[in-house]
Design a protein around this ligand. Structure first.
Ligand code: ZN
Ligand code: ZN
Length: 377
């Protein structure tokens, strides 16, 4: 994709943000959430975990206050840098906000409800100091809802992250042998991704063998993998700040009749949802579809987490896809489908793909097979 395309895409994001401002009657927005800032600026690989930046956006202008550690990276990586005024004045973020509000004569300044209460109070007191007053309505995840619909650049990064994740699956299936520990398998898996182009890991990989797999959020341990174990592998590569997320369950050696039978239920739950998903469906509706397949097979008590979640700049984002979800899933939404069955003391099985909702239905990014693979022999 050429540079001009990228610039056009981030301009479209800014356009969508300004429509939101129009609809809400806001003169300006204060944005501090790093995921929202990454989306809005298009600056890849600049943001880390620090809350070190503040954006101030009006219909006419966009300003970004940061500090000297990040300044050069922004200059280099911001898409459409020409539309932003980059600022690293030696003042606090709250002083800077108050000065901008005064300068722009903004009367209604919407602020993200993810800022800290301390920051919010600091802005109020700085406004008092400069004898300025404004209304500050809260944005409740409004930008997260804008981010829910992915554009071409985002889908490109998500697919590229998945390609590394798929390659890592092929690699790890060849690597697994009885006697290796979960921790050794994790090290190999993560090392492979990092040496194959991943810029990071989507999250701490889950490698859970045998009974450990019955805990959906097991941490890899020193347990040695044994013949007959099912192994739950949940992981993903990070690329350009976008996350991959995939789970495969493999069998060390030949699966038992029970393992095959339960695996088939999880696979049917997954594929029923993937086939039925259509734009406009509710996250809850999709979850209930999987829950029904699992319940009818007699495992209703063994699937206790949500069916899936949105994925993008954050590993868990909108839409939510679970029994308490009120989200509907539009065209362009990226989300996971990941039903599981967990039998305490025995084993767990989960099958997860991440994909995009298109006009005709759900298209998974993953190309790793859904079959229960035998590995390690
Ligand atoms: Zn996962
Ligand atoms: Zn997931």
């Amino acid at each position: 994709m050429c540079k001009e395309d990228d610039v056009a895409l981030v301009r479209q994001r800014m356009g969508r943000l300004r429509s939101l401002m129009d609809a809400g009657g806001y003169d300006a927005l204060i944005v501090r959430n790093n995921a929202d800032l990454r989306w809005l600026t298009g600056a890849a690989r600049v943001f880390d975990d620090e809350v070190a930046h503040t954006a101030f956006v009006t219909q006419q202008g966009a300003w970004l206050h940061t500090d000297s550690r990040y300044y050069g990276s922004f200059l280099q990586h911001m898409q459409d840098a020409g539309s932003w005024s980059l600022d690293m004045e030696q003042q606090t973020h709250s002083e800077w906000c108050a000065a901008r509000i005064k300068q722009e004569r903004a009367r209604v300044v919407a602020i993200e409800d993810t800022v800290t209460l301390g920051f919010f109070e600091d802005v109020q007191s700085e406004l008092n100091k400069v004898s300025c007053a404004c209304l500050m309505p809260r944005l409740h995840g409004d930008l997260a809802l804008l981010r829910l619909v992915k554009d071409r650049e985002e889908l490109g990064l998500l697919r590229a992250a998945q390609r590394i994740t798929d390659e890592a699956f092929t690699h790890i299936c060849d690597f697994i042998r009885p006697g290796l520990t979960e921790l050794q398998i994790r090290a190999e898996l993560e090392g492979f991704m990092l040496s194959s182009g991943a810029e990071g890991l989507s999250f701490d990989s889950i490698i859970a063998a045998g009974p450990n797999g019955a805990n959906p959020h097991a941490r890899p341990s020193a347990r040695q993998v044994q013949e007959g174990d099912l192994l739950v592998i949940d992981y993903g590569a990070l690329l350009g700040d976008y996350h991959a997320d995939m789970t495969r369950t493999v069998c060390v050696g030949t699966p038992s009749a029970e393992q095959l039978r339960v695996y088939d239920v999880v696979r049917r739950a997954h594929e029923t949802c993937a086939d039925a998903a259509r734009p406009g469906m509710g996250g809850r509706e999709l979850h209930e579809l999987a829950a029904r397949v699992i319940e009818e097979a007699g495992f209703g008590d063994c699937f206790n987490h949500g069916l899936g979640h949105g994925v993008g700049i954050e590993i868990h984002e909108r839409p939510s896809v679970g029994r308490r979800s009120d989200d509907t899933i539009p065209i362009g939404a990226v989300f996971t489908i990941e039903p599981g069955i967990y039998l305490p003391g025995k084993f767990g099985i989960r099958l997860e793909d991440c994909g995009v909702m298109e006009e005709d239905g759900y298209i998974p990014f993953a190309e790793s097979p859904h079959d229960l693979l035998s590995v390690g022999l």
